[in-house]
Design a binder for this molecule. Structure first.
Ligand code: F6P
Length: 327
């Protein structure tokens, strides 16, 4: 079938996430399957501005489905936030004869895409790749499940020391402004509490944790702390706890970027593969300015404006389950 899109530009942008490579593979192969050329753009919008482009064939994406990170490299581009930066990016699009873009990334990536598509009328479809799971309109983002599993493994290991030394551990995890990683890794790791930005203040949550019987039935505790919930993050909270309760032996572990690395889980590989194929289908159906989502195991199209609106809430039953199971 003849269609207007002959060449797709493909990039990954923002924080890397396990499964991005599986998505790169899926978009590349689905496009080639439909007779569309793929131009890979390196280093996200930065590379689009600079013109770092290479045509990809099926073999360019061989053997990458299980690799973490992104073979396209990633970056956060300040320049793309400026009209001059976007004008330079559009020059690359014209020069390379790119008819549409598939962008794999998170909130910042889609915010940039939304502006760019409006200014230059180029169709853009987004694939949600971020460990934070903070995009509205999809049950999960690519990389979230792998990061959750990584954190769970760390919690299991830290539990050994927490129990042996009868300590309270504060484990700080990523999430930017969202508590999905903290809450669900707390449930998966059998932790005693999670301090998340979606519920009350951090101080109130710590008070509740102490009030709910800290050490009444256990000789140790693990608290998952979502980054940016409190000034000084997990260390700041630990300092306050020690000040008010010098009797407790408290330690802090910041998991940092090890949460973003590693081979993607089966769930993330399948999610990325389905979403990558769906992104090409969306362009063939003349969709523009939408993110691919997965809701109740069905592919959906979510306008960028809705995906980035930041009001995806944690599930109240999950919050309750953590509290109930920590008695
Ligand atoms: O958005 C993904 C994320 O890992 C956040 O959870 C975290 O706050 C941020 O990126 C860290 O960014 P960087 O890798 O640039 O330090």
């Amino acid at each position: 079938m003849e269609h207007e899109i002959k060449t797709i530009g493909l990039l990954t942008s923002g924080g890397d996430a396990p499964g991005m490579n599986a998505a790169v593979r899926a978009v590349t192969r689905a496009a080639i399957f439909h007779g569309i050329k793929v131009k890979a753009i390196y280093r996200g919008y930065k590379g689009l501005i600079k013109g770092e482009v290479e045509e990809f064939h099926s073999e360019n994406v061989s053997g990458i489905i299980g690799r973490g990170g992104t073979i396209l490299r990633s970056a956060r581009s300040e320049k793309f936030r400026t009209p001059e930066g976007r004008a330079a990016a559009y020059e690359t699009i014209k020069r390379e004869e790119i008819d549409a873009l598939v962008v794999i990334g998170g909130d910042g990536t889609f915010t940039g895409a939304k502006t760019f598509t409006k200014e230059y009328n180029i169709p853009i479809v987004g694939v949600p790749g971020t460990v934070d799971n903070d995009l509205w309109g999809t049950d999960s983002t690519i990389g979230y499940d792998t990061a959750l599993n990584t954190i769970m493994d760390c919690v299991d290991k830290i539990r050994d020391t927490a129990t042996s030394h009868e300590r309270i551990f504060f484990i700080e995890v990523m999430g930017r402004d969202a508590g999905f990683l903290a809450l669900n890794s707390a449930i998966a790791g059998g932790a005693e509490a999670a301090i998340i930005p979606e519920r009350k203040t951090a101080e109130e949550q710590i008070e509740a944790f102490i009030g709910h019987g800290l050490r009444k039935s256990k000789n140790s505790s693990i608290v998952l702390v979502a980054e940016h919930t409190f000034p000084g993050d997990a260390q700041g909270l630990a300092d306050i706890l020690v000040k008010n309760h010098p009797e407790y032996d408290v330690r802090v572990t910041i998991l940092g970027h090890l949460q973003r690395g590693g081979s993607p889980t089966a769930y993330d590989r399948i999610l990325a593969s389905r979403m990558g194929v769906a992104a090409v289908n969306a362009l063939l159906e003349d969709q523009r300015s939408v993110m691919i989502g997965l809701v109740n195991d069905e592919i959906v199209y979510v306008p960028f404006s809705k995906a980035i609106k930041k009001d995806k809430d944690v599930k109240p039953d999950s919050v309750a389950a953590l509290q109930i199971l920590a008695i």
